[in-house]
Design a protein around this ligand. Structure first.
Ligand code: VGL
Ligand code: ZN
Length: 215
């Protein structure tokens, strides 16, 4: 895959709480740091996202009487998975992964800060109407292709990729620079992304400058 000036790398939620030992660990999540750093060193432009919840956020099981971690609750905007408390503003777990080369990133977009609404997507909150401003930013910068990596495949990466595509960007996910929370959920997420026209590429194909196989 040949990288051009209108490509932007979107690094999703590579944060301490999503790594092994964190509050909501993604299995093997720390394995993305090396590949993501290689991508950060290669792309002309990069944007990072940061899950950024206030204490007592509505997505936390502790905010719902009797709520179990990984259970589901009905919210006004639809079903919401209940998570362990994670990525709380002002806590160590909200920080980027140690060793992540953030220096070249041109923007950090935070999400999930609305108390009553979650936001897996870097573009649209879970109410599917409140925008983060990212699509406008990317358009204004003249970017036409969004290349995603990070955590987690089945939640924030997939939702961000689907919304990038829906916003009109060519969209590609680097399959060996992401990890998922749930195996079956990740398989389903890849199917949804493929059906929506989201491409899939391997890190080596980017590094070699070769064209990716069609999704
Ligand atoms: C995420 C669950 C809750 C993610 C964020 O980054 O995929 N998943 N908050
Ligand atoms: Zn979250």
């Amino acid at each position: 895959m040949r990288i051009v000036e209108t490509d932007v790398l979107l690094v999703v939620d590579v944060q301490v709480d999503f790594l092994p030992g964190g509050a909501l660990p993604v299995p093997d999540g720390d394995a993305v740091v090396g590949p993501v750093n290689a991508l950060l060193a290669t792309f002309p432009h990069a944007v990072l996202t940061q899950d950024w919840h206030p204490a007592g956020h509505a997505s936390f099981h502790t905010s719902h009487p009797g709520g179990e971690p990984f259970g589901t609750v009905a919210m006004p905007y639809g079903p919401q998975v209940l998570w362990p408390e994670h990525c709380v503003q002002g806590t160590p777990g909200v920080a980027f992964a140690p060793g992540l080369d953030v220096a070249r990133a041109e923007l950090v977009i935070r999400k999930g800060y609305t108390h009553a609404v979650d936001s897996y997507s870097a573009f649209l909150e879970a109410d599917r109407t409140t925008r983060t401003g990212l699509a406008g930013y990317l358009r204004e910068r003249g970017f036409t292709r969004v290349v995603l990596c990070g955590l987690a495949t089945d939640f924030c990466v997939a939702w961000s990729a689907l919304d990038a595509r829906a916003a009109g960007f060519e969209t590609v996910v680097v399959e060996d620079a992401v990890r998922g929370i749930d195996r079956d959920g990740s398989v389903a997420a890849w199917a949804r992304m493929a059906a929506a026209g989201v491409g899939r590429v391997r890190l080596a194909e980017i590094m070699a400058g070769r064209t990716a196989a069609a999704p």
